[in-house]
Design a protein around this ligand. Structure first.
Ligand code: HEM
Length: 146
């Protein structure tokens, strides 16, 4: 059992993209945990984590044409789940960012319709986070077997 964990961890460490994605996910978790205590820091951390995620998508696209691999169905069902969930999360990131920045701009403004903006932000942010979490978990199905 111990050997299995050590072997899998070694394989994980050999995959810089997975370390990158894990770092982004940890920053998302920290940012999410701060949403009530510090809205400004929440926004900054979420924005940074989303930037890391989008940069990784771009890098993978350039390096090995990830979309082509997915479309050609050379993936197992679990790996497909990773690709699909991560793609949905990536699409949802854009409206999340849009309304997130709007929320940030209205901090301290007496005229802003805060509950309405917050509602719109959450409508995209919550599913984005759920799909990102599913994509993150299924990412480990992409670890090479040997
Ligand atoms: C997947 C990404 C994100 C998730 C899951 C998320 C989640 C949330 C949640 C749950 C709240 C409500 C906090 C409460 O209970 O009062 C919130 C509020 C907020 N978020 Fe995000 N967020 C994300 C991304 C962002 C981004 C990228 C920004 C800014 C660029 C941002 C800015 C804000 C601000 C300013 C608020 C406070 C709104 C208010 O109470 O007036 N968020 N977010």
């Amino acid at each position: 059992m111990n050997d299995l964990i050590v072997q899998n961890f070694d394989r994980f460490l050999a995959r810089p993209h997975m370390i990158w994605a894990t770092l982004a996910y940890v920053i998302l978790l920290v940012g999410l945990s701060l949403r009530k205590k510090n809205r400004l820091l929440h926004g900054r951390l979420m924005g940074f984590a989303i930037f890391l995620d989008l940069a990784l998508v771009l890098l993978l696209q350039i390096e090995r044409n990830a979309i082509d691999t997915a479309v050609n169905l050379r993936l197992t069902p679990l790996q497909m789940c990773h690709v699909l969930s991560s793609t949905i999360a990536t699409v949802l990131y854009f409206p999340t960012l849009y309304f997130g920045f709007k929320c940030l701009r209205q901090i301290g403004s007496p005229t802003a319709d805060r509950p309405m903006l917050r509602k719109k932000h959450l409508r995209f942010a919550v599913p984005a986070f759920i799909f990102r979490t599913i994509g993150f978990l299924f990412m480990f199905s992409l670890l090479p077997k040997d």
